[in-house]
Write a new protein. Sequence first.
Length: 366
Amino acid sequence: MNIIKRTITLMLVLTLSLTVLTACTKKDNGKMRDITSMELVADMGLGWNLGNTLDAIPNETSWGNPKATQELIKQLKKDGVDSIRVPVTWKDHHGAAPDYKIDEEWMDRVQEVVDYVVDNGMYAILNLHHDEWIMDASKDYDKVLARYKALWLQIANRFKGYSDYLIFESMNEIGFEDLQHGEKPTQEAYDILNKLNDEFVKLIRSTDGNNPERHLLIAGYFTDIARSVEGTVMPDDDRTILSLHYYTPWRFCINGTDENNSTAFWGSDSDIAELKHLFSMVESTFVENGIPVILGEYGVNPRADNDSRIFWIEYVTKVSYDMGIAPFFWDNGEEFDRATNKWRTKGLIDAMNRATSGKDYEVKKP
């Protein structure tokens, strides 16, 4: 079954990639192809996050990274990256209610960076990132919705002429802890997120240009696999894609250390079984039911054991890609050196390129 899926994926990639040569060599051509969201995801290849940049608070360089450049994007493409997620935090860059007008300078800069990506023949994902005020929807839904719609209306109108190489993502890691029993969301929590995602789709579709046909990325509940499987309902729209993130085991991925604050390792039989189980949930719940999926973030803190880290990243990348899920590696500036445009961890980009090659092989620890 997996061999058949990989063959189909490779055929789609080869077919769709022919359009890249003429569509976006210098400037986005504004064309929407007659392809499904599943086909688009299959064409996205290896993805990378421009993390801790336009999502930094309050400004692009506030978290230590230099400003993004065209040279950065070109080097990533040379290294095998096909798609870039451009996380953007908007909360410090707009005016007051009721218009919530986005600062023109900020909008221009966001567009400039998006242009770096799409004009280089790569896919770009644009979102609302560290805009955690959306979580207040559990307390004042109407107020949050008004702000949410005002921002997305401006973004949608600014980018309405862009081709289907630009994808809008509804939000990032949003859930409602005040409506949970521990880690388990209530139905009310799921309903609020599902309603916001519905409003997002309706709003984008109500604008003109290419937006009625644009492929849209829908955030799962906290973008967590288990909780999204349980209660995320996709909007009734055939050009929507589910966004999930993967940071399991949490301490290994986020801290890079174990409970004794020592270097964390990964790769036991139980570790691999857990990974396979969670991704099989995604496959059976979404992919096999015709719902395309993007793994919008995954990664491991460099403090973790280096061999374990590369093993985990390659394993996640390959499992995702083989299921038809586009993997987007999270990089906050610790991996790809933005000053030198070189990868810090030897062998990592090779491992991710190998994992998205479509070749049938067993991932092994370095």
